[in-house]
Design a binder for this molecule. Structure first.
Ligand code: ATP
Ligand code: MG
Length: 204
């Protein structure tokens, strides 16, 4: 029997809220790297963001679902939300390796800023044995900090770069706009915008 290895993109994030920067990045990665699907994984409450206002996990998961439902290649996993405590990327990637019984090549999609945080982690070499990374950069992004890090060359070879149009959208800016009564239209799918207002999210 011929073994069919699937190419799976994982897109982790707080998604507080999800916006078009996330969606453009995931779609570009899917096409450039011929991924069979991209799975969005909203995080549980990450400790490093705990001081900031984070909407309840069920709201973030619902907005992620609303944002991705029209793309047949996009899916949402609740694995990090359902797991107690903070989820490490290593555990999440291991979960999907097991789910696909080793019959998947996993590509973890992140912004290049997030790659810098990841390569500073402990046990990062084990993580690179489990998956590759696709780092979204903006045109002109300086890669020297990644290239000059002490990450072994074998791991560096597993980071692929993808330039995406300069989308200066961030969840932080979206939340600030809502607090200040400024528009968020066209920064995210309209169903997400409606959901935010309907549930009075991010007003303070
Ligand atoms: P916050 O402003 O609260 O940090 P964020 O907009 O960075 O939120 P996250 O949920 O933290 O969103 O990001 C999830 C992933 O998406 C991270 O890997 C991040 O680097 C990436 N990302 C976020 N915004 C963009 C964007 N505009 N273009 C490309 N990648 C992005
Ligand atoms: Mg961020």
């Amino acid at each position: 029997m011929v073994e069919v290895v699937k190419r799976i993109g994982l897109m982790g994030g707080t998604f507080n809220p999800i916006h078009n920067g996330h969606l453009v990045t995931a779609e570009e990665a899917r096409v450039q790297f011929a991924l069979d699907e991209v799975i969005f994984i909203p995080s549980g409450k990450p400790p490093h963001k705990s001081e900031r206002k984070i909407a309840d996990a069920h709201h973030r998961a619902m907005m992620t679902l609303l944002a991705t439902v029209t793309n047949p290649y996009f899916h949402v996993s609740q694995v990090e939300i359902e797991r107690p405590g903070y989820s490490y990327t290593y555990d999440t990637v291991s979960y999907f390796q097991e789910l696909y019984q080793g019959q998947a090549e996993i590509y973890f999609i992140t912004g290049a800023d997030a790659i810098l945080e990841i390569i500073a982690w402990k046990n990062v070499e084990q993580l690179f044995e489990k998956c590759c990374f696709i780092a979204a950069t903006r045109p002109g992004f300086d890669l020297s900090a990644i290239r000059s890090s002490d990450l072994p060359q074998s791991a560096k070879d597993r980071i692929f770069y993808m330039e995406i149009p300069a989308l200066a959208i961030s969840s932080t800016d979206v939340r600030r706009r809502i607090r200040e009564g400024r528009p968020i239209k066209y920064l995210m799918p309209s169903a997400v915008e409606t959901y935010i207002y309907k549930n009075k999210l991010y007003l303070k």
